[in-house]
Write a protein that binds this ligand. Sequence first.
Ligand SMILES: NC(=O)c1ccc[n+]([C@@H]2O[C@H](COP(=O)([O-])OP(=O)(O)OC[C@H]3O[C@@H](n4cnc5c(N)ncnc54)[C@H](OP(=O)(O)O)[C@@H]3O)[C@@H](O)[C@H]2O)c1
Length: 313
Amino acid sequence: MRAALIPEPGRPPVVADREPPEPGPGEVLVEVLAAPITPLDVLCASGRSYFGVPRTPYVPGVQGVGTLDGRTVWFPTPAGMAPGDGSMAAVACVPEADLVPLPAGVDPVRLAALGLSAVAAHRALLSTGGLRPGETVIVLGAGGVVGQVAVQLARLAGAARVVAGARSAAARERASAAGADAVVALDTDDVAELAGRFTEAAGGPAHLVLDPLYGVPAAAAAQALGPGGRLVNLGSSAGDTFPVDSSTLRSRSLRVLGYTNNALTREERAESVAHLAGQELTVAHETVPLADAGAAWERQAAGAAQGRIVLVV
Ligand SMILES: NC(=O)c1ccc[n+]([C@@H]2O[C@H](COP(=O)([O-])OP(=O)(O)OC[C@H]3O[C@@H](n4cnc5c(N)ncnc54)[C@H](OP(=O)(O)O)[C@@H]3O)[C@@H](O)[C@H]2O)c1
């Protein structure tokens, strides 16, 4: 079968032929239709993730959409986080219990583009963040998949106002297309300047910040929160630390919360995927043939992708 293979940590995948996997007890072979290249895939393959250096060669891809016995399914894999192969191949070997059946007629590419980033947006916003109708939400990194989905889900959940923060002009356009009421440009490292922009865009104290960035944007958005405000962090694209002063936290009794998909049970993850598959959610994405996985991977790693790259098999 054709498969993308990471030859060694930090190198892009090379597409080659390899023997199809042999299913073990409780496992099934899924014929892959679509597999996204996500920040997590690139991070795990780099060897710099908190999962450690992956054993190589391996097939990357922590998720995909495929078919089993004529049914369309979504599936996760631990590729790059634990020994074993992932979704960027013609066939993936998956524990049957991990499969999530998708509704008939679902677009496999759209679902693959949403994937675990949409699951994170869903859970971080509604479960960890406890979003309630009528609240004002600030979504950072709103041009990314987590952000675009969070903006749409916040709207669907009845948020009164959704303010997006995004870096590039293209990312700001994606945030706007997702339905943000206002979009703040993340084009300065001046926390006070950025905090002023968020406060003005929110038009009053915000209740919740959804934060895949950390660093300066998160510190600035925290200053726009009102009493009892919550900030949910799920990534660190803008920094490993968060320059927030004690008085900002104490004066408004703010709550800073962490989120990871890895803490979800299999059932919670499946419930989110099934829920999201039934919603009219879209994110910017493009399709690339599996044969061109190497070049597509390098674009994602360089931050040059304009939306989620989905490999089609
Ligand atoms: N905790 C979890 O379970 C979980 C789950 C899914 C994702 N995540 C994390 O959440 C983050 C976003 O994921 P995603 O799927 O949305 O990624 P994505 O679709 O690749 O989007 C990333 C977005 O982040 C923006 N960005 C990158 N570096 C930035 C910086 N220094 N300052 C401001 N914006 C920056 C990019 O802006 P430009 O377009 O301007 O380049 C891009 O729009 C990643 O770190 C990912 O690992 C965590």
